[in-house]
Design a protein. Structure first.
Length: 146
């Protein structure tokens, strides 16, 4: 009886530790970190042009990968995007998509999510367009005996 209770206690501790590990991984992935920053600070508008300072994110379940990239914006919408290779060149992202990816809208510095046939979620982020961090409140001095 005691060994059964001990085994159950150990099993509960293991499951709790695994659940916390999974939650921490989900909360700390690169896409979630950036998305939170964009939500808090907002961004400047994204003008038409070619940007070589974007981040392209690929997400599936709680996992995410973030890569430096390049994007072409026309009429305020993503036309084409690329991933930067280690040698400084760019490779166009070519996948089979669940829907048409022409004219992807951009809201608050993040492109609309596009989904590949194999259920990979893709977003493009403009970190250099983030608005400056707001200044914190300045605390008053403590009283003195003067």
């Amino acid at each position: 009886m005691k060994s059964t209770l001990t085994l159950l206690a150990v099993l509960c501790l293991f499951i709790t530790a695994k659940a916390q590990e999974t939650t921490a991984t989900h909360e700390l992935n690169c896409y979630n970190k950036w998305a939170q920053k964009f939500e808090e600070r907002g961004t400047e508008d994204i003008a038409d042009g070619t940007y070589t300072d974007v981040i392209v994110t690929f997400r599936q379940a709680a996992e995410s990968d973030c890569y430096n990239g390049k994007v072409i914006v026309k009429d305020g919408k993503v036309q084409t995007f690329f991933i930067e290779l280690e040698d400084g060149t760019y490779e166009q992202v070519v996948r089979v998509w669940k829907s048409d990816i022409k004219d992807i809208p951009i809201t608050n510095g993040i492109s609309r999510t596009i989904i590949s046939k194999d259920n990979i979620l893709v977003n493009i982020l403009w970190p250099k367009k983030l608005k400056p961090k707001k200044a914190s409140f300045k605390k008053a001095a403590e009283p003195t005996d003067d």
